[in-house]
Design a protein around this ligand. Structure first.
Ligand SMILES: *[C@@H]1O[C@H](CO)[C@@H](O)[C@H](O)[C@H]1NC(C)=O
Ligand SMILES: *[C@@H]1O[C@H](CO)[C@@H](O)[C@H](O)[C@H]1NC(C)=O
Ligand SMILES: *[C@@H]1O[C@H](CO)[C@@H](O)[C@H](O)[C@H]1NC(C)=O
Ligand SMILES: *[C@@H]1O[C@H](CO)[C@@H](O)[C@H](O)[C@H]1NC(C)=O
Ligand SMILES: *[C@@H]1O[C@H](CO)[C@@H](O)[C@H](O)[C@H]1NC(C)=O
Length: 340
């Protein structure tokens, strides 16, 4: 067994001693590439390093030859990053720049940010990058930009606006006429293009689409004919009562005012005669139906199931959570008195 291992070892040693010398991988140089990449190089073979884009060689040697000793000569090459000189600013005084990274030497891929003295507008790209060839990617310019006197908006007006031209980056603000709702940015800015940025719009209020009805508005009962003569504002909601014939009670349907448009819910069948305030409980089979007069309208509350005798009712899904919490908030005390 031992003898076999020895024989193999000896054979290997003899082989390497007799084999021609070769060079292994040459040393790596940061930011450089080698023209021929192999694991083994023959004696006399030449390689050449090249610095990557954005890097320049120092005065070290770039070409090396695999020597008969199987070694590479001492490597003296360094690849150093390209630097960009400070940008030459012909508009010195109005155009300035700052370095993004600390330090005042700009290396390859470093960026600087330009600025113009107000009220001049910077035209072009405000950031510039130090390129592989040692130049800046761009140098913007500073220009005087003015916008014409801003025009007004429909159903609204300009606040404190003087009719004059405006400089770049100046702003004006808008307001809407009474009962109109401002949507969009309140301010408009004079832009580089010499145009005003997007102005707001004034959204129309809604007239109530019925002459007479009782509705819910801001959580309170309102009579359309007297309390909501002015209508409601854009974005506001009002709830109409619809009847559930089967249960002879009503449920609420909210609708929103959208820029002067208010659509009556399809289930709304005109004003129902105001009932006198009443509360009652009907038991049908196993279901207890609570009818509760809410703002002169009977609200469907048939959501409880009798458990055992007329004991503790469990609220069940038929009525929506919202309606329930709302009702419980307003009518809770009455309901509790009624039930217990
Ligand atoms: C870097 O800035 C310092 C002080 O701000 C200055 O003394 C130095 O000359 C600058 N170096 C270069 C290369 O501009
Ligand atoms: C501005 O230049 C930078 C390079 O310096 C580039 O990355 C950027 O996309 C450019 N921006 C515009 C808006 O052209
Ligand atoms: C424009 O004005 C705003 C203040 O309204 C200011 O914060 C911003 O820096 C200005 N922009 C320029 C490019 O001058
Ligand atoms: C900006 O104003 C120019 C005329 O100065 C016009 O041609 C261009 O359509 C306007 N751009 C926008 C976005 O309104
Ligand atoms: C109201 O809605 C209709 C259709 O949905 C639409 O054509 C109309 O422009 C809207 N009116 C307003 C003032 O938004």
């Amino acid at each position: 067994m031992y003898s076999l291992v020895l024989v193999v070892c000896a054979a290997a040693l003899t082989h390497s001693a007799l084999a021609a010398k070769v060079c292994s991988k040459p040393p790596e140089v940061l930011f450089a590439t080698i023209n021929v990449v192999k694991t083994v190089y023959d004696v006399g073979e030449e390689i050449e390093y090249t610095c990557r884009p954005g890097f320049v060689p120092n005065n070290g040697q770039r070409k090396y030859t695999c020597q008969p000793t199987g070694k590479w000569p001492l490597n003296t090459l360094l690849c150093l990053p390209v630097t960009c000189p400070p940008p030459s600013l012909s508009e010195f005084g109005v155009l300035s720049y700052r370095h993004v990274k600390p330090g005042n030497i700009s290396y390859y891929k470093d960026t600087i940010i330009f600025e113009c003295v107000p009220p001049l507008a910077l035209i072009g790209n405000e950031t510039a990058t130090c390129q592989a060839d040692g130049t800046w990617s761009n140098i913007p310019e500073c220009r005087a930009v003015t916008c014409p006197a801003p025009s007004g908006i429909e159903n609204g007006f300009l606040n404190f606006a003087v009719r004059r031209t405006y400089h770049y980056n100046e702003t004006v603000s808008f307001s809407c006429q009474s009962r109109y709702v401002l949507e969009g940015p309140k301010y408009s800015r004079c832009e580089k293009t010499g145009n005003w940025s997007t102005k707001p719009t004034c959204k129309e209020p809604c007239k109530m689409p019925v002459k007479k009805a009782v509705v819910l508005y801001e959580g309170e009962k309102k009579r359309v004919q007297s309390d909501l003569k002015e209508g409601i504002l854009h974005g506001e909601t009002v709830s109409f009562f619809c009847k559930n014939k089967e249960k002879s009670c009503a449920y609420t349907v909210p609708v929103q005012c959208v820029n002067g448009n208010l659509t009556l819910p399809a289930c709304f069948k005109g004003t129902s005669q105001a009932n006198s305030k009443q509360q009652s409980v009907h038991v049908r089979g196993n279901v207890m139906i609570h009818l509760q007069a809410l703002f002169d309208q009977l609200i469907c509350l048939s959501c409880t199931k009798v458990t055992g005798h007329l004991g503790r009712p469990k609220l069940r899904g038929e009525c929506t959570e919202v309606l329930f919490s709302f009702l419980l908030y307003f009518l809770g005390p009455a309901l509790i008195t009624l039930l217990f």
